[in-house]
Design a protein around this ligand. Structure first.
Ligand SMILES: Cc1cc2nc3c(=O)[nH]c(=O)nc-3n(C[C@H](O)[C@H](O)[C@H](O)COP(=O)(O)O)c2cc1C
Length: 368
């Protein structure tokens, strides 16, 4: 298994743990993953929801909680730590600024196309920072658009690109119809992306790793997608059922007790489909039942709280705390594969073992 190089960062095991909100991946999980040689990622979305006074001061609470979690992670590891920020949130610029001030190694930007350098940061600070930028998109077309725009406008390009395919957990960058009947596999999108950005690798004289995820659960999945041209993988669902994952035990058990058919799609107020584990709350949403929405702050750029059917931030937060009467958990298509709660080290060991088995099988097949 080759290490993953992102500029001057050398990631021994090419696994990036997916940033998982709200409060699913914080310093506990991120530092444990970083200690195993991967990239541990803190999810910044609504991270301050547990802070007192959040309803009144959500921006400040999110900033201070993010700063604390980054610092706590740094105390537990010397490994590589990243922050995942959704472009769809109204305090995106603040969260990015805090991440840069705290000198995180990597920022992953999802749920939107990062085409503009935020004014609160400024182009020169943006270009000088050692923090690596990794946009997360779902097609080669979107990847190319970002590279073209950054290159023409700012004379620089992202440090890597993350492709999230149709099988992932959480919000998805596909239309519901595309998810029900996917046109391209993750391998195909990876190949197209490698091809689409190669022109920028030549222009800027450096390698741009393509990191791929969405349904990558085993070492075999990882081996196959790396063979298709990815330099690393992103795995979210697999890390939920670890001891170190920052979410409640009830949330982890919800994964373990789920079956393949329990994993389903909903329409989220973010304006994207989301993949979740079903329960009564989810079924009621699907039947069109209105849930009470009290919006004390506007967390999503796209959400009109007077019109939405439910508050996605509250629903996800409630589930994080183990309250599934008023919430649901995001989960990838393979969440049902979890059998028990394990440690992050055991998870890494098993993925590496399976990966090596696949590699050996392939080498043996060449000799046969
Ligand atoms: C519980 C959960 C919460 C997630 N929350 C976020 C999030 O806040 N922001 C984001 O960009 N992606 C989020 N994701 C997506 C992950 O970062 C990652 O891209 C995805 O989990 C990879 O697919 P997999 O779940 O099949 O491994 C979430 C995924 C899960 C399972």
């Amino acid at each position: 298994m080759n290490s993953l190089k992102i500029g001057d960062l050398n990631i021994k095991v090419p696994i990036i743990q997916g940033g998982m909100g709200i409060g699913v991946s914080l310093s506990g999980l991120a530092s444990a993953v970083a200690n195993q040689g991967g990239i541990g990622v803190i999810s910044a979305v609504a991270i301050g929801m547990t802070e007192p006074g959040y309803q009144k001061h959500f921006r400040k609470s999110n900033q201070s909680a993010l700063r604390n979690e980054i610092r706590k992670a740094r105390l537990k590891t010397n490994g590589v730590i990243g922050v995942n920020i959704m472009m769809a949130v109204t305090d995106f610029d603040d969260l990015l600024r805090v991440s840069l001030e705290e000198k995180v190694d990597v920022v992953i930007i999802g749920a939107g196309l990062p085409l503009k350098v935020p004014a609160t940061i400024g182009l020169s600070a943006f270009k000088k920072t050692k923090t690596k930028f990794i946009p997360k998109v779902s097609s080669a077309r979107a990847a190319k658009l970002i590279f073209k725009h950054w290159s023409e406008k700012y004379n620089c390009i992202p440090d890597a690109i993350m492709i999230e395919g149709a099988l992932a957990g959480g919000h998805l960058g596909f239309k519901k119809k595309e998810l029900e009947n996917p046109q391209s596999s993750l391998s195909e999108i990876v190949k197209e992306t490698v091809d689409a950005i190669s022109i920028y690798e030549r222009q800027y004289g450096r390698e741009i790793p393509v990191i791929a995820g969405g349904g990558i659960y085993t070492g075999k999945d990882m081996y196959n997608i790396i063979n298709a041209g990815a330099s690393g993988v992103v795995m979210g669902t697999r890390f939920v059922t670890t001891e170190e994952c920052d979410v409640s035990e009830k949330f982890k058990l919800n994964y373990i007790n789920s079956s393949k058919d329990d994993i389903t799609l909903i329409s989220s107020p973010v304006g994207l489909p989301g993949r979740v584990i079903t329960n009564d709350f989810v079924e009621e949403i699907k039947q069109g039942k209105q849930k009470p929405v009290k919006c004390a702050w506007k967390c999503l750029k796209t959400c009109d709280y007077k019109k939405v059917q439910f508050c996605v931030a509250e629903a996800l937060y409630n589930a994080t705390q183990g309250n599934f009467q008023q919430g649901f958990s995001f989960a990838g298509t393979k969440a049902y594969m979890a059998e028990k709660i394990t440690t992050v080290k055991e998870t890494f060991d098993s993925i590496k073992k399976e990966y090596l088995q696949e590699e050996n099988k392939y080498e043996l097949s060449l000799m046969a």
